[in-house]
Design a protein around this ligand. Structure first.
Ligand code: KG4
Ligand code: ZN
Length: 335
């Protein structure tokens, strides 16, 4: 496993509805990143159907991995390791990527590295901005999670706050479904909100307790009730006002978290980090506080395998290979 390619990691991501593979060198140089989205397959059901996701991963995993290797100009046995997301996520979906990664690692006689999907989302920022100074506060907002994380070193995390009910992305998806806008709701609401007035409706900003936790289910109910009571309301105004309420709370708590731990910077991660208004407000707040703020490119925010390969590289340096006895862990946590 020595040779010119031995500093590259093949990453595989199948935790939800994206089948992805990527080749990353030295943890930060993306040689290829292939993402095959199943959104069209799930859209008619208004959400991800686990059985359909698993079956689709099985069909796509081989061509997606082959594409990533060809695009990077890398021969399989020349990679330093094969990294795959082991959790959290849908168990049947995770198993496809984990089994494929272990099989390739065995055939090529290279290490397997199991990666935590949430940690991988943090590496999306570190991959693009390796010089970010620690400690950092990450606001990690996806379809399944809403977390404020203090990163003190590679592999050293502290969860400072999380949602007590819905994740931020889940709130976007549920509100969009109630408004009959389609799936996934985040990008649709983001687009619609561009033509709306974010001050049109004063939706509640839930600040549960005097801590760093979040709650979005009350806001979702408030939106549904408002639309029911005001059938003539402009969907653009609902989208913009709802989005503003989510962004306000996310940014306020990220600032507070950064103050509390004396963070050297703040960074965004996860699918909701692709949101235009969140990106703008997050960077404006960091600027106002005199703290470097970093927002990854949109493609790096949503699920991809480059972040998995990057994270796998650092895990390999720190902990060595993962035992092949380690399997998919749908409830895996961070820290
Ligand atoms: O990180 P991700 O790709 O998958 C998970 O690990 O969950 O996040 C998907 C979530 C979905 O809820 C989707 O609606 C949301 O990210 N999302 C957005 C935007 N793009 C994706 N939310 C708000 N605005 C966007 N532009
Ligand atoms: Zn994700």
């Amino acid at each position: 496993m020595t040779g010119p390619r031995s500093e590259t990691v093949l990453g595989i991501e199948t935790s939800c509805d994206e089948t992805a593979a990527a080749v990353v060198a030295h943890g930060t140089e993306v040689r290829s990143s292939v993402v095959s989205s199943q959104i069209d397959l799930h859209a008619e059901f208004g959400g991800v159907v686990p059985e359909i996701a698993s079956r689709s991963h099985v069909e796509l995993i081989t061509p997606v991995v082959a594409d990533a290797l060809v695009e990077a100009g890398v021969e399989g046995p020349g990679v330093a390791a094969v990294a795959a997301t082991v959790g959290p996520g849908l168990v049947g979906a995770l198993l496809v990527g984990v089994s494929a990664a272990k099989a390739l690692a065995l055939v090529w006689d290279v290490p397997f590295v199991g990666v935590n999907h949430l940690e991988a989302h943090l590496y999306a920022a570190l991959l693009e901005a390796p010089d970010l100074e620690l400690p950092l506060v990450f606001l990690l907002v996806s379809g399944g999670h809403t977390l404020l994380v203090a990163m003190e070193g590679h592999g050293r995390y502290r969860v400072l706050g999380s949602t007590v009910d819905d994740a931020a992305g889940e709130a976007f998806d549920k509100v969009a479904r109630h408004l009959g806008l389609g799936y996934p709701g985040g990008p649709i609401i983001d687009r619609l909100a561009q033509d709306g007035d974010r001050e049109a409706i004063a939706f509640p900003r839930a600040m549960p307790g005097d801590n760093l936790d979040f709650s979005f289910s009350g806001l979702k109910t408030a939106v549904v009730n408002h639309v029911r009571q005001n059938p003539g309301v402009r969907p653009e105004d609902v989208a913009a006002s709802f989005q503003e309420a989510v962004v306000d709370v996310l940014v306020a708590k990220a600032r507070r978290a950064a103050d509390e731990i004396g963070a050297k910077g703040v960074a965004l991660g996860g699918g909701v980090a692709a949101n235009s208004r969140l990106r703008e407000a997050f960077l404006a707040a960091a600027d106002e506080d005199g703290r470097p703020g970093y927002v990854p490119s949109r493609a790096m925010c949503t699920d991809n395998a480059a972040m998995v390969a990057s994270c796998g590289w650092y895990r390999l340096q720190a902990d060595g290979p993962t035992s092949l006895a380690v399997g998919a862990d749908p409830g895996l946590r961070l820290g």
